[in-house]
Design a protein around this ligand. Structure first.
Ligand SMILES: *Cc1c(COP(=O)(O)O)cnc(C)c1O
Length: 386
């Protein structure tokens, strides 16, 4: 089976992990700081705060913006569960913005219309908006930030798919159009630490809040203590935090992987260009690259035109799986999940997201995919549509 995504682990990665295992620190050692600094410098962000996964990163990013009961968070309909669940962990309400039919990202016209309707109807406006870099491509962050300034919401970018991607002359993660940007290092993503995530931010205040939140809300920094003279063993809980720490073992893997980030992204882009070429003329849509950016290509999602193909997405998907191609579907619109329907969400909320979902198939896309494996995938797609 050729999977839809997988990690690329080198001997150097293994050696880096082993070295940490032999060292004094297997958690909270020097590799974590280095990993944060590597990514912050690479993206052009002031700070990176590494955590145990991107879901935890989204949770503390929301907390750092005071998301809580009575607050409202809007996110993309076409995303993984975690982009919405993070608001609910905080006790906030969540709502969904429909999809752009070209990029499958959050549609800025749809966001604008939803904001205008909410304002006109006296409904709650969002306190925070979480756009998602679907498949590795930046949404129209400039447009979203302009609406943020007009309507007074803060912005967290869920860039779980997009480390290494580019947008308007900068690296995704630079926080130019947002308060914070979140990355995931799950094995199917661009870089991996096994499990892992990071929040990028611009201000020392946010960096400090995130560091507290990831480790029990605990501080030992002398100037931050209420009781200054208690003793050298003393720590204080300044707020209710979590244990969302990453280990030095994982960060060592992250640093070793990081040294190949440009290579990984370049290979993904090469594979995407090759798919674009090899899939021409078939009754499907290949993913569109908006001229404002360059995708990191976490995913290569095709959209089956069921009418033109004369067969269902399901039939194509089943044929590909039967041919040993580990295709997948990204994403089931989050609000159609049973746990969201319980909150009152109904089908029809985001018609573009639903239409996209109905035809979507993610083809294998990862740095270690060879040209000949890709040719096998393309032949199977042709076979499934023939
Ligand atoms: C993978 C993913 C997450 C969650 O990442 P974890 O590191 O697995 O917690 C969040 N949002 C999106 C869009 C993702 O694809």
């Amino acid at each position: 089976m050729i999977p839809y995504g997988r990690q690329a682990i080198s001997e150097a990665d293994i050696a880096a992990v082993v070295e940490v295992l032999r060292s004094d620190f297997i958690t909270q050692g020097p590799q974590i700081d280095r990993f944060e600094q590597n990514l912050a410098a690479y993206c052009g962000a002031a700070y990176g705060v590494a955590v145990c996964n991107a879901t935890a990163a989204l949770h503390i990013a929301c907390m750092a913006l005071d998301v809580g009961p009575g607050k409202m968070v809007w996110t993309a309909a076409n995303t993984f569960l975690a982009s919405a669940n993070c608001a609910r962990y905080c006790g906030a309400d969540v709502d969904f913005v429909d999809t752009d039919s070209d990029t499958y990202n959050m549609s800025v016209p749809a966001l604008k219309a939803k904001l205008e309707q909410a304002r006109a109807a006296g409904r709650k406006l969002p306190d925070v908006v979480i756009p998602v870099h679907f498949a590795g491509q930046s949404p129209d962050m400039k447009g979203i930030a302009a609406l943020g300034a007009e309507y007074g919401f803060r912005i967290i970018e869920d860039a779980s798919h997009a480390v290494g991607g580019d947008y308007l002359g900068g690296k995704i993660g630079n926080c130019r159009y947002s308060d914070m940007v979140v990355f995931s290092f799950h094995p199917v993503k661009i870089l991996t630490t096994g499990e892992g995530g990071m929040v990028m931010c611009r201000t020392p205040e946010l960096s400090k809040a995130l560091r507290l939140l990831r480790s029990h809300g605990m501080t030992r920094v002398a100037e931050d203590l209420e009781r200054k003279d208690e003793g050298p063993w003393y720590y204080e809980q300044a707020l209710l935090g979590y244990n969302y720490r990453i280990t030095d073992i994982q960060a060592a893997l992250g640093n070793s992987q990081f040294s190949r980030i440009d290579e990984f992204v370049a290979r993904r882009r090469e594979l995407a260009a090759r798919y674009d070429r090899l899939l021409q003329g078939l009754p499907l849509r290949t993913p569109l690259q908006h001229p404002d950016g360059k995708s990191a290509f976490h995913l290569y999602p095709i959209w089956i035109d069921e009418e033109a193909a004369g067969r269902s997405r399901r039939a194509v998907f089943d044929a590909l799986r039967a041919a040993g191609i580990g295709v997948n579907v990204h994403y089931i619109p989050v609000y159609t999940q049973p746990d969201y329907r319980k909150l009152g969400f109904q089908a029809g909320l985001c018609p573009n997201a639903e239409r996209y979902y109905a035809g979507a198939i993610s083809l294998p896309m990862y740095a270690a995919l060879s040209d000949s494996e890709q040719d096998t995938v393309v032949a199977a797609v042709r076979g499934a549509l023939a």
